[in-house]
Design a protein around this ligand. Sequence first.
Ligand SMILES: [Zn+2]
Length: 312
Amino acid sequence: MAVAFHSAFNTFTYHMTLLIRDSIESIAGVPESMGYIFSFVVGAAIGSFLNVVIHRVPNEKSIVFPNSACPKCGTAIRPYDNIPLVSWILLGGKCRSCKAPISARYPAVELLTALMFVLMYWHFGFGAFLPIAFIFTAAMIALIFIDAEHMILPNVITYPLLGFAVLLRIVFPSFFAGVYLSDINSWPFGQLSTMPLWLLLLIGALLGAIVGGGFLWLVGEAWKRLRGVEAMGLGDVKMMAAVGSLLGWRLTLLSIFMGAFSGALIGVALIARQKDRDFQMQVPFGIFLGIGSIIALVFGDQLIGWYLSTFM
Ligand SMILES: [Zn+2]
């Protein structure tokens, strides 16, 4: 019964999604190549906005006012000098007025966001989930860069992301869930399939939040007891609770494992280079969690499928 329900539901949502995607494409008349260009341009523009977020949010400044200005000479940046990627190259990485160098981080964030949006389009296509994938990726990129520079994961990003994820879970799945939110095809949802779908997915969000946030909280607590140092901030816990609500518990566990693995590799490499053995290093773990989450969003289901078929 549960299986029949799910396959019928999946077939329905799958065809709904195809129908909607095809009609959007035929209305807009967008060939595939245009989709890639569109995603790149939108990504570069969002990346430009993320630069403002990364620069101002940790300092608790408004992201809307005032307009961007050169940090050296204070001259307001003109609209034609604010074109993502293009302006930095045309200006040779220098302020037009005072010739002070402009950090390469600005075009780097724009290029990275553009490429990630292209990746999302490649994977999800021109459909209802694409804007959600864009928002999720943009939030991860902002968190990665803020954590790298300030060692914080601001609540003003993690809380709205959590709210967005829970809301999305309640509303979106009625139309598209089976295709994009893979956790409802796995344990324990097969046993719960008589419940209304929105409730099922709300439970999925809670389970993801508990698995994501709870796991990191436990690791942080254990580390604190063992070593007597605060290794993990609550920011990481909140971040993964938000990721968990959106991606579900399976992809979130995968994000944490990938994050921990890459973080540990780089941490060991850094410690090995360090002369002082007592050196206590705080690793901005949010960087690795963010990278892990983006990979899990795109490749997670294939990775889990491969793992289960190989080792189980
Ligand atoms: Zn200047």
